[in-house]
Design a protein around this ligand. Sequence first.
Ligand code: DC
Length: 210
Amino acid sequence: MSGRLVIAIDGPSASGKGTLARRLAAHFHLPHLDTGLLYRAVGWAAERSGRPPAAAAAALKTTDLANPELRTDLAGQAGSKVAAIPEVRANLLRFQKEFASQPSGAVLDGRDIGTVICPDAPVKLFVTAGLEARAERRYRELRERGAAPIRPRVLAEMAERDRRDSERAAAPLKAAPDAYLLDTSDMDADAAFAAALAFIERKGFRSVGP
Ligand code: DC
């Protein structure tokens, strides 16, 4: 291995970044943080309690992240809204930076990992896919979970979330200049993993251990 491996993964929802992050973390035996879950938890807590989002972010505990309701699209929208508030982002910054600086190395995925949280990460991936492809993935995922989603609504909500996450002033979704761009529109999870792994190995990192 060449140095401590930190893998920073950014991209819009349903781009495949979460699956890729989990697979890379397993392959390289690294701890993984899904930072979207932090924003979802803050949005959810603020909506439920009526507390200001910045206060909910300051009081967030890692045990809060286990709530299965955070996986819903409602929680995703709530997370996207509070993520535009600079105080919320500031209150979540230290936890994410500490996670990234563990001696073991780490994998983090989100929207601003390569730009704000880990600007010095040796590996940055920007995972994206066309809006239609991502909306179709989300639609299928919701059906598999037993929901009855409406296709045009899934697409409209995803477009709205993209817009909010990309156009906000505070740490918007964007690729770091040194990120490897991975468009997964026509790739399955195996192909995306293979492409990302080839890129990381070209940088001199290899999996060690069992
Ligand atoms: O990745 P996700 O869908 O779980 O993220 C939920 C919301 O949280 C997303 O719409 C924007 C926000 N987010 C962010 O602003 N910065 C991050 N690093 C991760 C997520």
